[in-house]
Design a protein around this ligand. Structure first.
Ligand SMILES: [Zn+2]
Length: 184
């Protein structure tokens, strides 16, 4: 087993790690429609249907970083998915609750994906039969690519499992709540 990893390989490892993580985050964001995702669909103001201006001039830091715009007709703040950003929403507590739920799930998935990716690379390269780190560029690219694919698959499965679990938990809490209501 080789333990002395040359610096160029370390740099490549880190780069691929960051790249893989970035891909996972963007994919996940696109599925969940959060700020990290990429929206390729055309959007319009959810209140009045006005299209966003062609040259988007960010009015807030949030808009500059995460996209979205302020409607030129009615002044509604819209995110890149075409959803209104509620400043003072009436159903705020319910929404906030949902938000924490989503961000917790998101964190869990991203952290698991990152750990999985690192472990996959580590075990690929430390497996006794593989003879340590690949010595050619092709080998490095191939293994890193395989690890990214594996991570993407793992993340998708984990996400599905989490969604399923969350639905189950929510249903059971709801059932308990309604039981309590009946008891009172
Ligand atoms: Zn509008």
């Amino acid at each position: 087993m080789r333990t002395d990893i040359p610096i160029p390989i370390l740099v490549i490892l880190t780069m691929f790690g960051a790249l893989g993580l970035g891909v996972v985050v963007v994919l996940y964001g696109t599925i969940l429609r959060n700020r990290w995702g990429i929206n390729l669909e055309p959007v319009s103001c959810p209140r009045c249907g006005t299209l966003p201006p062609h040259t988007r001039e960010p009015r807030t830091v949030r808009q500059a970083m995460w996209g979205g715009w302020t409607c030129t007709t009615c002044g509604t703040e819209v995110d890149k998915w075409g959803q209104e950003i509620a400043s003072v929403a009436p159903r705020r507590s319910a929404k906030a609750k949902e938000q924490t739920h989503i961000s917790l799930k998101k964190k869990l998935v991203i952290i698991s994906a990152a750990i999985y990716f690192c472990l996959t690379l580590f075990f690929d390269w430390m497996r006794p039969t593989s003879g340590g780190l690949p010595s050619t560029w092709d080998g490095i690219l191939f293994q890193a690519g395989a690890a990214i694919l594996e991570t993407a698959l793992f993340t998708a499965l984990l996400y599905i499992a989490l969604v399923h679990l969350a639905r189950k938990v929510r249903n059971s809490t709801r059932g308990r709540e309604s039981n309590q209501n009946l008891g009172q």
